[in-house]
Design a protein around this ligand. Structure first.
Ligand code: GRF
Length: 224
């Protein structure tokens, strides 16, 4: 998107607790991100993320995947809801559905995801457990553009955390999520300011190609 857009429109897709959504709501409230979350769409009823959105005065929709026999029909309904808002950016924030290639193609270059691992390590589920089982000494989270392969697509930003001897999947996930809440708002801010783009399957920041890992967040980095 170009930085002439005055108030970029963001649609957020969730399936659960919405703590990343909350981080975005807070960053927008503090004017750290100049944009509006026009809608939050969940594939599950009754999740905390919907309550967080409602509390912030954001419109919510539920498109329950269980009501759709085929993934294509579910995705078509999702597209219908999303497109009503004519979003500049679609943010997947814990959205636990595999998307069809048509869906991904439609929003390619304007859809971001956050994944709880240092991609390309550990696409898919149970990332914290897998990092522990493999005896990794560091783990983390990645924000990336969404392309048609699961949890792939050019990396934008990563944050690392050390893996401690006494860690369990739960303790590790808490530490990783703290970092998620820092890096996702940074990536969204870059995007809505027109600084971040996907060109030829590469993530570009300020017209420079980002490293394959994405930019690595250093421990003293703030939102800028
Ligand atoms: C996060 O760990 C994110 O990396 C993964 O799903 C989780 C969502 O958590 N994609 P929340 O709903 O934002 O709290």
């Amino acid at each position: 998107m170009s930085n002439d857009d005055i108030n970029p429109v963001i649609v957020v897709l969730i399936s659960g607790s919405g703590s990343n959504l909350q981080a975005l709501i807070d960053a927008i409230a503090k004017r750290e991100i100049e944009g509006t979350i026009s809608a939050v769409i969940s594939n599950r009823n009754d999740v905390l993320g919907l309550k967080r959105a409602q509390k912030a005065g954001i419109k919510t929709h539920v498109v329950d995947h269980k009501n759709y026999a085929q993934r294509e029909i579910f995705d078509a309904q999702l597209i219908h809801q999303i497109d009503q808002y004519e979003p500049d950016l679609i943010v997947l924030a814990g959205f636990m559905r595999i998307l069809t290639p048509d869906f991904v193609r439609r929003y390619e270059g304007k859809m971001l995801n956050i994944h709880p691992s240092l991609l390309p390590k550990y696409p898919g589920l149970h990332t914290h457990q897998r990092a522990l089982e493999n005896g990794d000494t560091e783990h983390g989270a990645t924000v990336h553009f969404v392309t048609s392969e699961l949890d792939s697509g050019p990396n934008i930003i990563q944050a690392k955390v050390p893996v401690l001897k006494q860690d369990t999947p739960d303790t590790l996930s808490v530490r990783v999520q703290e970092q998620e809440h820092i890096i996702y708002p940074i990536a969204v801010k870059w995007y809505v300011e027109g600084r971040l783009q996907m060109i030829d399957q590469q993530a570009m920041l300020d017209e420079e190609q980002l490293p394959e890992s994405g930019l690595l967040l250093s421990s003293n980095q703030t939102l800028h």
